[in-house]
Design a protein around this ligand. Sequence first.
Ligand code: HEM
Length: 531
Amino acid sequence: MLEVYQFSRILPLLSLVLLYIYYVTKLLYTALLGPLSRYPGPVSAKFSDIESYWHTVKLNRHIWLWQMHEKYGPIVRIGPNSVVISSVEGFHRIYDVKANTQKAEAYLAYAKTWGIYNTFTKLSKEEYQPYRRFVQSALSERNVKAAEPVVIENIDRWGDLLVIGGSSKTWSSPRDMVGEADALVFDIICDLCYGKSFNVKEHRENEMRETSRSIQQFMKINYMIAKSPCVKLWIWLKPRGLDALMREITPASIKRYFQTVERLVLTRLEEEELNEKKGIDVRRKDLLHFIFKARDEGKVIMSHGALVEEAGMFMIGGTDTTSHVTAALFFYLAHNPRVLWTLTQEIRSTFISLDDIKAGQALSRCKYLDACINEALRMSSSGNADHSREVLPGGLKVGDAFFPAGTIVGSSSYVLHHSADHFRDPFVFRPERWIVGGDITAADVARAETANFPFSLGPRGCPGKTLAWEELRLIFGRTLWRLDLVLAQGDTTGMGRDELGWGRTDKTQYQAGDAMVGYRKGPFVQFKVRE
Ligand code: HEM
C-alpha cells in the first residue's frame, strides 16, 4: 500500500523527467544525426531557428542568407528543419511546376481570419489552383493592355506634379522617390482594382496615404510571425482566440486599411450585382470586375469575406513591389549619369511624341530600357529572401542532396542575383549585361537570364509580372521622355555605408531592408521639363 502511495507521488516527477529526456534526445538527434545534420551552417541553427529569426527582425534576412552562402556554400542549414539552397537547379526544384513542395504552413500566419484565405495564403495545389486561375485571368496580358489608359493617366499627372513650380530652366525641389513612387503605384493599383484613383500622388493632405504605409506595416508584422520559431504555436492558437485578440489590438492605421478594402469591395460588389440585374455592361472593367465574373466559374463560389481577402491581396502584391523597383531604378539612374544619358537618348530617339509611348512593340523594342528594369529588379527587388516551401511525401532531390518530406526549403533570389557565377561584378549596376554586344556575349546574357528570378517562378510565382513590367516601362518611358532628372545635391539616402556591415557597405548599391516588402529610403531627385 505504502509502495503504491510512494509511486503515485513520484509519477508526475518521473513523467516530467522522461518528457525532458525525450525532448533533449530528439533535439540532439535532429541536430547531430538527423537527415539535415550533414549540411553546414551556423552551430546555433542545429538547435533552433533563433539566429535566422534575429536577422529577420533586423530586416536583414536577404543579406544574412547571402553571407551564409558565402561562408558555407550552396546548401546551408539555417534551422533544425530548414535549409536554403543557392543554385539555379535548386530554385527550379523548389518552386517550379513539377516541384514536390508546397507553400509552408507558415503562410497561414498571413491570414487575418482563420478559414478565410486568399490566393497567397492557400497552401495545397487543390486549394489554390481554382483561385489562382481567375487571378491569372484578371491579370492576363489582354486585361493589362486594356488597363493601359488608366496607368498612363496616373503616370502623366504624376510627372506634372514632379515639376510643379519648375520649368525647363529651373529644377524642382528635391523629391523623395520612396514617397513619390509609393503614391503613384498605390493610385494605379486602386484605379485598376476598384475603378477609382485616390489621388494620393497629389501633394496635399490625403487620409489614404496612411493606407499605403499600413500595407507595409501589416506585411512586416506578418513576416516576422511567419519566420518566427513559434509560428506553429501561433497558427495553432489562431482559431483558438488569437485571431479575435489580434483584431482587438491591431494598430488603428492597419484597421483602417482593412476597413477601407472591405468598404471598397462591398461597394463594388453592390454595383456589379446591380449592373448584372439591369443587364448593364460596365464602362471600364477593373480587376474586381474580372474576379466577380470568374467567382462562380469552376465551382468556386466565393463568399464576400473571401472576395475582400482576394482584393486586399492585390493591393499588397501590387503596390510595394513595383514602387520599390521604381525607387531603386531612380536611385541607379540618378547615381549613374552615363546610364541615365543612354536611356534618355534611347527613349527620346525612339518616340516622336509622348502620345506614341504605349505598351506594345515600340516600347518593348527599347532594349536599354528593358535592360535597366531587369538590372534594377536583379539588384534591388522586394521579396527577395527565401520563400519557404515544405517538402511533400516522396522527398526532394537537388543534385546529390536529398531532403525528406516535411523539410522546409527555400532559395533566395537576392543570393542568386548576386552570384559571381552568373553575374560578373554582381554588385555593379550594369544594364549592358542584359544586351549582347561589346564584351558581352550571348552566353553571358544566357547565363544571367537563367539565374534571374525577381518574380519567382512556377505555379506560385508572381501573377502580376506582366502588369509590373507594363507599369515600369511606362513610368520610365513617359517620364524620361519629357523630364530631365538629377540627384539632389549631397543626397546619400539609399547608399551603402560601412556601419551597415558585411554585404551592405557598397555606396553604389541601393540598400533596402527585407520584410517581404522592402524597407527603403530615398533617393532624393530633382526634375525639370526637358528643353
Ligand atoms: C516588380 C514588381 C513585383 C515583384 C518583384 C513581385 C514579386 C513576387 C514574388 C517573388 C512572388 C512569390 C512570393 C512567394 O512565393 O511567397 C509574388 C507573388 C505574388 N504577386 Fe508579385 N511581384 C510584383 C508585382 C506584382 C503585381 C503588380 C501584382 C498584382 C497586382 C502581384 C501579385 C502577386 C500575387 C497575387 C502573388 C501570390 C501568388 C501565389 O501565391 O500564388 N505582384 N510576387
